[in-house]
Design a protein around this ligand. Structure first.
Ligand code: FE2
Ligand code: FE2
Length: 154
């Protein structure tokens, strides 16, 4: 087990984008990556498998939504997802060979750094696009700070 405590990565309402299914998926992303950061070595392989199952569904849902609604910036969003999946597969293979727990933790740290920017930029534009298509307006996001605001325009 690592003797150095890993930084926390926990859900915050600042990640809410106003699209229910996407927000639920993003909560799951944060939960699994947070668990990877805090896990002992022996649990990392199982958590990485959980993360892969999660990420494949997460990214496929977003891909389907983009294609179904002809989202204009779909390809660069899909490329980012594919880069994440490639890294996960690579680390999974290393971990299966044994002795690469530090690499797996580094991946979890990288994912915790990647997610806020990706969600703020790419997923937020998609969430706005999807809600606009469905309701004819951009989502109003209610965060627990009490302030209601429209999601920032991208
Ligand atoms: Fe996402
Ligand atoms: Fe995404």
């Amino acid at each position: 087990m690592s003797s150095n405590p890993e930084p926390h990565f926990t859900w915050s309402d600042r990640f809410l984008l106003g699209h229910g299914a996407m927000d639920d998926t993003h909560r799951e992303f944060v939960d699994i990556v947070g668990a990877m950061l805090a896990a002992p070595d022996g649990k990392l392989a199982a958590l990485l498998d959980d993360f892969l199952v999660h990420a494949e569904r997460h990214f496929e849902d977003e891909r389907k939504w983009m294609l179904a609604t002809e989202f204009p910036a779909a390809q660069c969003h899909i490329d980012e997802h594919n880069a994440v999946l490639a890294s996960v597969h690579e680390v999974r293979a290393l971990l299966a060979g044994g002795g690469h727990e530090a690499t797996c933790r580094a991946l979890a740290r990288e994912l915790s750094r990647w997610f806020p920017g990706h969600a703020d930029y790419m997923d937020a534009s998609l969430a706005q696009w999807l809600v606009k298509k469905r309701m004819g307006g951009i989502p109003v996001v209610l965060r627990r700070t009490g302030a209601a605001s429209a999601a920032p325009a991208k």
